[in-house]
Design a protein around this ligand. Structure first.
Ligand code: PLP
Length: 497
């Protein structure tokens, strides 16, 4: 397997090189030369546990990993860090299915990929025979940050730097990050929103001068963001797993198509579902659910992608995004892999804040349905589903749930449907308390107690512990100071050596 770039189809690099670089040198995203054909013996599929299935799906993407090596790395990633033995259990609620992706150490779906990325990266360094330090740079809308810090914690040869929007993440998300204790990490709050943080990180990656200085110190920049193939590929696995569970539980017949609904921000999770479909998983509709930052909804409806609109802060902060980076990979596929066109569109987005697609390309979006949920409806769904079925959703999952109800009402589509459930409700306790009409004490931990009492659900351990941890990363900066923060971090680290 080789990877090409969305902005240069002539380029070919190995899986290990791709994992290490994160992004292609000219700024494009790496895509598999062709999607591997995975043998879909459904009878075998349904008897595999999560780890076996992960090996089966991931190995064709990472062919320079020896099978046994990959098996070992998968076993180290998906172990008892996950609080559920199935890793990604499928839960039936009414006549819908929630694929719960939040049983990892940080209680959001980012753990599904970020628990394995560090192991892939260490493998990649080995395969390329590189004796370098790697500096992971990451912008987070809240969940990636802590999941990456967990995953990369004290991994040899790796340092990690996380930038988060200071006022754009939940209190719990922020606490998870700024209390993180590992020698190789630094966490910095940016004055701005997620797009500012993400653009800032992109600029650091494109800063040739900085790269040069780092190379001289034997440091390689890499990213843990959702554009890395080492994150994208592991996310394909759970769609197969969800399908296998449906088969196993006799909810569907062999080969029967399903819909998947994905609460979407950076477009990574739903792109993984699109790839799964491309690999032969019987998916009918990919339902792209947005919150009030409904750029994607408008794009799927009109072909016009425009960020010339207000940025809204919602109760689903991990989806408060205007520029969905991974969409570039979908554009690449639906354009018939036209790298010139992709370059042009991305340039237009940068210079004019919008681009449009039309004709054949627009028609190829047919696999998708897109919708968005208003805040008041998100709260309503959380409360109603809890009252009706005793199932508690976090606001991100509730966005997906709401959009699916709209889809079903308007299409009457009877296809069985899996909703990606991306976070624990306790991670966004304040919004969930608000939705349920509960009192909301000022103190976040008292608030979680309220939520726990009212719902009869236990506060997950990973959050409970936070209260007593001290703040280790008090740093904040403006977007144009990020380079300096990075230099400080490296110098400080070198001081330690
Ligand atoms: C990151 C995140 C999303 C959005 O996923 P993308 O892959 O960025 O589209 C949704 N929900 C939660 C809880 C997240 O952390």
């Amino acid at each position: 397997m080789r990877y090409m770039s969305t902005r240069d189809v002539a380029l070919r690099i190995s899986p290990s090189q791709g994992i290490l670089q994160g992004i292609s040198q000219e700024g494009g995203l790496l895509v598999p030369e062709q999607l591997p054909h995975v043998e879909l013996d459904l009878d075998r599929l349904k008897d595999m546990d999560y780890r076996e299935l992960a090996l089966h799906i991931m190995h064709p993407f990472f062919t320079d990993f020896d099978r046994e090596e990959l098996r070992d790395r998968i076993h180290r990633a998906y172990d008892d860090k996950f609080s559920h033995p199935e890793i990604a259990p499928l839960v039936k609620v009414g006549d819908q299915y929630f694929l719960e992706l939040f049983h990892g150490p940080t209680l959001a779906f980012k753990d599904m990929a970020l628990s394995i990325l560090p192991h892939l990266l260490v493998g990649a360094l080995k395969h390329l025979d590189m004796d370098k330090q790697v500096l992971i740079l990451t912008a987070t809308s809240g969940d990636t940050g802590k999941a990456a810090l967990e995953g990369f914690s004290n991994v040899e040869k790796i340092r990690i730097m996380v930038f988060y929007p200071q006022d754009g993440v939940s209190e719990i998300q922020k606490r998870q990050m700024i209390t993180h204790g590992s020698d190789n990490s630094m966490v910095v709050g940016i004055h701005g929103n997620f797009d500012d943080a993400q653009n800032g990180v992109k600029e650091l990656f494109n800063n040739a001068d900085l790269r040069h200085r780092l190379t001289e110190r034997n440091i390689l920049l890499s990213s843990a963001n959702s554009i890395n193939i080492g994150r994208l590929v592991p996310q394909i696995v759970y769609y197969f797993y969800g399908y296998a569970q449906l088969l196993k539980n006799n909810e569907i017949a062999k080969g029967e198509s399903i819909n998947v609904v994905v609460p979407t921000g950076n477009f990574g999770n739903i792109l993984a579902a699109y790839y799964a479909k491309g690999m032969g998983l019987p998916i009918h509709r990919l339902i792209c659910a947005s919150n009030e930052n409904n750029v994607l909804t408008d794009f799927f409806h009109t072909g016009n992608y425009s960020i010339k609109r207000p940025f809204r802060m919602t109760s689903s902060p991990s989806m408060d995004i205007l520029i969905s980076s991974n969409l570039e990979r979908l554009l690449f596929e639906i354009s018939g892999r036209d790298d010139h066109l992709i370059k042009k569109l991305i340039q237009q987005l940068q210079s004019r804040g919008e681009y449009s697609i039309e004709g054949e390309m627009l028609k190829r979006l047919e696999d998708f349905y897109a919708g968005f949920a208003k805040e008041e409806d998100v709260f309503k769904e959380i409360s109603q589903l809890f009252q009706r079925e005793n199932y508690l959703m976090d606001p991100h999952t509730a966005v997906a749930y709401r959009v699916y109800q709209n889809y079903r009402n308007s299409t009457q589509d009877p296809t069985k449907t899996v909703i990606a459930s991306t976070a624990s409700p306790f991670k966004f306790g304040r919004s969930v308390c608000h939705a349920l009409g509960l009192e909301q004490p000022e103190d976040d931990f008292a608030l979680l107690e309220v939520l726990s009492k009212a719902t009869g659900l236990d506060i997950p351990q990973g959050i409970k512990d936070l209260e007593h941890r001290s703040i280790l990363h008090p740093y904040t900066c403006h977007k144009d100071e990020m380079e300096k923060m990075l230099e400080d971090f490296i110098r400080e680290e070198e001081g330690h050596d």
